[in-house]
Design a protein around this ligand. Sequence first.
Ligand code: DQA
Length: 139
Amino acid sequence: MKFIIINGPNLNLLGQREKEIYGNTSFEQYFETLKNEFTDLWLEYYQSNHEGAIIDKIHEVGFDYDGIVLNAGAYTHTSIAIADAISAVRSPVVEVHISNVYSRENFRHKSYLSPVCKGLVIGFGLKGYHLALQSFLNK
Ligand code: DQA
């Protein structure tokens, strides 16, 4: 089975940015852990700071892959275009947020993506990516 994790803007700085919120681990480090935990899966990682590039990637994989794990970062709260891309493809998308966005500023309480995603994993740190992948496997 083929899965991709797509991270949006500023998530390339995990391990360096606001460590009290997002922790000390870079995504590249955590991705190694994930690959060891899901050795049977085809697992890819993509990150972009650009909305259009994220949309292009969703189009590219979204008719072929078994699932997409998406942390769109701040685009979650603004992007109708990413929501439309999720609706346009066949692959189910699980929305992930490292932090509990509902315990933070009001502008983080709105997600344009949640209504078109299969499910959400919010507030469990990097482990949320593991839980999202697992959700595709537990029938
Ligand atoms: C985030 C939450 C967003 O509000 C924020 O803009 C991010 C990261 C999270 O993983 O907690 O960049 O998606």
